[in-house]
Design a protein around this ligand. Structure first.
Ligand SMILES: [Fe+2]
Length: 215
């Protein structure tokens, strides 16, 4: 089977799954997957990464959220395997895709990842740092993953400040040039959110709002 046909099969199979779950996947839904796939291809072209593997990995990188709420990529290992086999992928290709997903994972990614991992990571990270994301999607993330804003602020600041310090918030020059300012502004906002939650009047106000069900 041609690579193009495998991607087409995979896209159709995934779209069906995602559309069924669209009310639950408020943050990591099909809108996120299509955005990450499109941007990953752009970043991949800029560094000569393998487009077939980047596109395939981007399409299946968040299947863990289909399997389990607030989960890690490895928890969808067998689900990913099944949907890739069903779409015509070989065992060898599936192993490569799994490796790209794991090395691009925000919580553990480092300096030494493949160009395919860099392309996926930059696209996935870009979604988080878009100026519209805190306004439109952060509340969706909180609802989808059933966590509170304190936990989310801790997660974002503990994972992302060090990536910025190490110079690998983005890997590709294209992402750095076009989007690093957005990323810095976004992370500054999250550092402020974390600091603001230490103010007792703010945390008390949030509790009242939760009790009133306005949040
Ligand atoms: Fe993602």
């Amino acid at each position: 089977m041609k690579q193009k046909s495998k991607i087409n099969n995979l896209t159709l199979n995934l779209e069906k799954v995602y559309l069924k779950k669209s009310k639950k996947l408020l943050f990591h839904g099909w809108h996120h997957i299509v955005f990450v796939k499109n941007k990953a291809i752009v970043f991949a072209k800029s560094i000569n990464a393998n487009l077939f593997f980047v596109e395939s990995a981007a399409l299946v990188h968040d299947l863990n959220y289909i399997v389990k709420v607030n989960s890690e990529p490895e928890e969808a290992n067998s689900y990913r395997n099944n949907i890739l086999i069903k779409s015509g992928y070989s065992d060898e290709e599936i192993i490569k895709i799994e490796n790209i997903i794991m090395e691009a994972h925000t919580a553990i990614r480092n300096q030494n990842i493949s160009n395919e991992g860099k392309s996926l990571s930059d696209a996935d990270t870009l979604f988080k740092s878009l100026p519209i994301t805190p306004i439109l999607f952060t509340n969706n993330y909180i609802k989808q993953n059933k966590i509170d804003i304190q936990k989310l602020a801790n997660k974002i600041t503990s994972e992302q400040n060090k990536l910025l310090d190490e110079g690998i918030y983005f890997y590709t020059d294209l992402a750095k040039t076009k989007y690093l300012n957005w990323a810095k502004t976004n992370l500054a906002l999250w550092n402020n959110v974390k600091e603001s939650l230490e103010d007792k009047s703010i945390s008390e106000m949030l509790k009242i709002a939760e009790n009133l069900k306005v949040l």
